[in-house]
Design a protein around this ligand. Structure first.
Ligand code: TRP
Length: 374
């Protein structure tokens, strides 16, 4: 805690220095007293934004790759986490599914440890300032660069009948999500880094046309702690929508977890001492490392090295440990999902707090662009 605090103070000091050099403080001086107060407030902790996709079911890969990191950040940063429901409209979900998914994702994130009192947790569509900033940023985004984005090209391949403009401008909406709170750090996976680069470009273009308003957001991960969980059949990563039998979801019941783990890819075991471990076996060891007693991991590692390992036994142990780990999260999520009144209250409070920051940014943006007629 001590070190955390001093690191935080040093960071804030550096950031303040940088901001002053960039003229941001002066800029704000000229603008509005509330904005200066706001700036001072947010500079106590760095601002973090991340969007949670509302489609598909959350799985162990999401938990260890993203959600657990969100939870770790909630004390040290000023976190804005939101359900990206507008983004999900690109695939035209049914209205009743959309709503169900939003509530489910919120419940699952809280059950995994996100504390709505520590982070601002909200639905993107509750913040009208986001689409307004998106519109402004669209004027600074070029068709050519948007068409070149790999995630867009993938979508064109996957859904050739639905190449809508929302898909094309997805990175612009994502930039608006981030810039609306003037975030400096964005916890995302590798696949999102290009989107972040575009957000930095839009921030720069805005700056060169109208002046400094947005810091340039950088991707943020926990370095060595970045965990990639492979699917249990050894074919790529765990997935929200494919490989259902080789992915462990936060909603899986005990039996489903047992079945999936017992069916995980393995082989007859090593035939020579200290063999190189195949990927699908190291994946099982990694899961054990995350959820089992270190003693168990050591026991099976030794058994692997001296060729006495029985994968069936190892999987049995792993299944029980995964169940012990996931059952409380699953049950809590279920309980929360049944309490729509509570979830609605959480989203409403979150929206209110998110709008405080969003309106401050947007009124500065409007003024800087010249939309200040009254
Ligand atoms: N595009 C992100 C994903 O697919 C979700 C997202 C939307 C996001 N807006 C964001 C992530 C803003 C970080 C910041 O996972």
């Amino acid at each position: 805690m001590q070190t955390n605090l001093s690191v935080q103070i040093r960071k804030t000091a550096t950031q303040f220095h940088k901001t002053e050099k960039n003229g941001l403080v002066e800029q704000f001086d000229k603008i509005h007293v509330e904005q200066r107060i706001y700036l001072a407030a947010v500079m106590r902790k760095e601002i973090v934004v991340s969007g949670i996709r509302s489609t598909g079911y959350l799985h162990l890969g999401n938990y260890f790759g993203a959600m657990r990191n969100y939870v770790k950040m909630q004390d040290d940063y000023n976190c804005y986490f939101f359900v990206a429901d507008y983004h999900s409209l690109t695939t035209h979900p049914k209205p009743e599914d959309l709503k169900k998914n939003v509530f489910r994702v919120v419940a699952e994130n809280i059950a995994s440890g996100l504390d709505p009192n520590k982070v601002v947790l909200y639905a993107q569509s509750d913040i009208p300032e986001i689409p307004e900033l998106y519109l402004m940023l669209n004027m600074l985004a070029y068709k050519g660069e948007l068409e070149k984005v790999p995630t867009f090209k993938d979508k064109v391949r996957q859904q050739p009948d639905n190449v809508n403009a929302g898909l094309l401008t997805y990175p612009v909406l994502m930039a608006a999500d981030i810039l609306i709170h003037r975030a400096v750090k964005v916890p995302v996976g590798k696949d999102q880094e290009q989107h972040l680069e575009m957000a930095r470009n839009f921030a720069q273009r805005f700056a060169s046309r109208y002046g400094d308003l947005f810091p340039e957001p950088i991707p943020f991960n926990f370095g060595n702690e970045l965990i990639k969980i492979q699917s249990l059949d050894g074919n790529g990563k765990m997935s929200k929508s494919e490989n259902l039998n080789a992915t462990i979801y936060l909603t899986d019941d005990d039996d489903a977890i047992r079945k999936k783990i017992m069916k995980a890819k393995s082989d007859a075991g090593p035939t020579e001492p200290n063999s190189i471990m195949p990927d699908y076996v190291s994946n099982l060891f990694m899961l054990m490392g995350l959820m089992s007693d270190p003693e168990q991991v050591n026991k099976y590692r030794t058994a692997f090295n001296d060729c006495t390992i029985r994968y069936g036994d190892m999987k049995k142990q792993l299944a029980e440990d995964v169940i012990k780990f996931l059952a409380p999260i699953r049950d809590k999520a279920k309980e929360l999902q049944q309490d729509e009144t509570l979830l609605r209250k959480i989203l409403k409070d979150g929206a209110e707090r998110a709008r405080e920051s969003a309106t401050a940014t947007l009124s500065a943006a409007r003024r800087m662009i010249g939309i200040n007629y009254y």
